[in-house]
Design a protein around this ligand. Sequence first.
Ligand code: SF4
Length: 598
Amino acid sequence: MHYTNIRRGTFIDRPNRFIAHINIKGSAETVHVKNTGRCAELLVPGAVVYVQESDKPDRKTKWDLIAVKKGSRMVNMDSQIPNHLVKEWLEEGNLFKDITRIRPEYTYGSSRFDLYVEADGKKIFIEVKGVTLEEDGVVRFPDAPSDRAVKHVEELKLAVKEGYEAYVFFVVQMKDVRYFTPNMDTHPAFGEALMDAARAGVHILSYDCDVRKDDIHIADEVPVVFDQFDQRADNAACADEAVKRSDSDLADVVEPVIAWYREHKRDLPWRREADAYRVWVSEIMLQQTRVEAVKPYYERFLRELPTVKKLAEAQEDMLLKLWEGLGYYNRVRNMQKAAQQIMADYNGEFPNTYEEIRLLKGIGNYTAGAISAFAYGIPKPAVDGNVLRVISRITGSREDIGKQSVRKKIEELLEPVIPRDAAGDFNQGLIELGALVCVPNGEPKCGECPAAGFCAAREQGAAAEIPVKSKGKARRIEDRTVFLFRDGRKLAIRKRPSKGLLAGLYEFPGVSGHLSLSEAAAYSKKIGLMPVRIKALGEAKHIFSHIEWHMVGYEILVDELERTNEKGFLFISPEEIEKEYPIPSAYESYTRYAGIRE
Ligand code: SF4
């Protein structure tokens, strides 16, 4: 695709999403920005940009912003171009052999997909997304939440059910990137929808582009990598960072690890009767917290919901109450969706192949491997943090275990050596070894280790330096003030929104920022609650995966809770809260003042 009338300029500012001010030959011009995304990392003052001069005299602004230089990289910012590029590229004979029809903007049900294609005897929908967000060679979409994008992806999934072939095609509007991944920071729902769609058979493609100031063409395929919910990684993208095989042959450690495990394994409730449902419940819980902390949760969960059917039919509040304190509540919601899938597709019988298990909602490579191996003896790897550490040390690998490519490589190293007659014991042996001997904090107990004779890290005296794990992105800090409004008998709580962080759980009311005692009193009055006594409850911190809450709390005794003009408050006794209303552990420091979970 070639542009004419291109001029060079420098970015000044962007008063709103649709226009920018650009310095062109010493004059500040108003320029139309077709890409209404945030593009905050691209449009920085002084950035070199390229604009197209329109030949239509009746336009309000005669310039369109086409491309921007980000360091040495040229990024095309024309949001209207990706659809044209894909159409042009298909017409050149790419992707499909024999195209008989190609139509842009095609209405299907309540959706409008970017392209409809008939080719090779198939009917095909393609939804095209332009990608401009790049960091360290990783490109992500969307750069701001996009419910529309989620809707499109979900509708493609339905189209597949009805016999169409469907694609989400990410056009990366720059060259030489490492891989594409959905932006879980900005819009996790999109990432999850995309993953779901991939499972349902929607093809997810990503291609980069050769970009010049006046030209853009689709170039090479870019690996699509899902995040930890997916755990798929592309070898080619990160081949240079992949784990190197050490001289140690992993096959040598198999027998010693199995023998050690059979002798030293802990007696844990989920190991006594290791059917698929029990393994699944315990594994999801173990991803949240320590073994000792999981035991009472596991037993209570199994008592209340002993079967897939019961889980599929459970009320949400009950489910969340059973999970209260474990965190990552989406995991238990996903478990329920998976249970419903099992009811619908497998008549309530847990599927018994790795591939079918892997397709269940919320189940990634690790959990699918664990259920397959522990419950059915299928020789598939189950690589968790313990296994990453143990194998990195045995092989002496200094590759970053935070990378999906490294996890994938370790899975590939392990899979061929897992014995068919002891897959569960070998996998659990590696995990147990990591938990009890080759420990994460403090010195590994090499003297007790069955793999000591084969371990490169031990031989090199490098166990303290391995595994290597790079620091993740810094978390966002959010200051909050939490209120325990109470009268003689009851406390005010409210339900959180049905989407987002801690969705659907109950919380103590709160506001952003840290209020002083007098500001807290003023806020109480503002919402109609006359304070009789205020007590500062001190500071507390709760760490989520991407966010940290830094809280201050106040207990405010009021004459009558019902007087508040604030909507959505519920007035509930501590006993009832304890029984019926899931309060997340983020509030743990304040629940004892409320008389719950003391
Ligand atoms: S020998 Fe030491 S470092 Fe190596 S796997 Fe065993 S405990 Fe870990």
